[in-house]
Design a protein around this ligand. Structure first.
Ligand SMILES: [Zn+2]
Length: 290
């Protein structure tokens, strides 16, 4: 699976599933088939599957290892969870085996962080054991941005019925006493810190990973799809504050373009890591090694 050395630190993806899974008009409401005329050369086949007409994107986690910490970033959908979308409901996928393939066991993880609390980023926070949802990582502290936690708590309180991912993937962590609410710029250790990237959700954060002059950032869903470099004002259908999401994205792209900042968006396919480049008035993603 894609991985990257950042000084003495490493980042590796742990993929839950990959392939053509997302209806483009559903994920990106500004989408039209005309996009393929201008951008088909780089979209097909890596990001768009002509046969199914679906966007290709992985659901994956990122494992960050430092001499001091083993950090799990984002939790995919998880197994055995009841979800509205049948594609992601009652999954039984070998994600834990993929984690073990990296040489890491759940017991080794000492910190978990979620870029935000959407269902595809919190799933493996918990797993089903004897009919109960228990923390997947028994020795970990789970860091939640307080703003994000409060947002989800309020959303859940206002919902007609309890939100499934809140109940099965977030509340059990609180109940187990393994959670810690932190600021949106929380520092984990030298070179590893949260970075506020709000808009997709109010408490959405990235994770900066820097060592020995090598700089990188995991940006979650701040850029959901590479088309948002060509069209920075396109938002996903799941952004809670589109105007803020656009501002955050444009500010970030302006800052990252032409620099050696290694960027890893949550849903970009392998090799996932890359650099932001300018392309006229907009931007493009140059994947690692290309
Ligand atoms: Zn996502």
């Amino acid at each position: 699976m894609p991985n990257k050395q950042i000084g003495a630190f490493s980042i590796e993806t742990v993929i839950e599933q990959d392939g053509p899974m997302f209806d483009p008009g559903h994920l990106l409401p500004d989408w039209s088939a005309d996009v393929l005329d201008e951008h088909g050369d780089w979209l097909i086949p890596r990001h768009f599957d002509l046969d199914s007409g679906m966007l290709v994107a992985p659901i994956q986690s990122f494992l960050v290892k430092t001499p001091h910490h083993t950090i799990m970033v984002d939790g995919c959908f998880g197994n055995h969870k009841e979800r509205l979308n049948p594609r992601f409901s009652q999954q039984d996928l070998p994600w834990l085996d993929h984690l073990k393939d990296t040489g890491t066991n759940p017991e080794d993880i000492d910190i978990v962080m979620c870029t935000h609390l959407h269902p595809d980023h919190v799933g493996w926070n918990t797993r089903l054991e004897n009919g109960q949802w228990v923390p997947t990582y028994p020795n970990a502290t789970y860091l939640f941005a307080e703003t994000e936690w409060k947002h989800l708590e309020a959303e859940n309180a206002a919902a007609a019925q309890p939100m499934a991912h809140f109940v099965d993937s977030v509340l059990p962590i609180i109940a187990a006493g393994q959670s810690k609410l932190v600021a949106m710029d929380h520092a984990i250790e030298d070179g590893i810190r949260f970075e506020p990237l709000p808009g997709h959700t109010p408490g959405h954060v990235g994770l900066t990973v820097e060592d020995r002059g090598v700089k990188s950032i995991l940006i979650g869903d701040m850029i959901h799809h590479p088309l948002q470099l060509a069209f920075p004002d396109w938002c996903s259908a799941f952004c809670s504050d589109p105007a803020l999401a656009i501002k955050t994205r444009r500010d970030f792209l302006e800052r990252a373009a032409g620099t050696d900042l290694i960027v890893a968006p949550a849903h970009f396919p392998a090799p996932t890591f890359g650099l932001v480049e300018r392309a006229g008035d907009v931007f493009r993603f140059r994947y690692d090694g290309e």
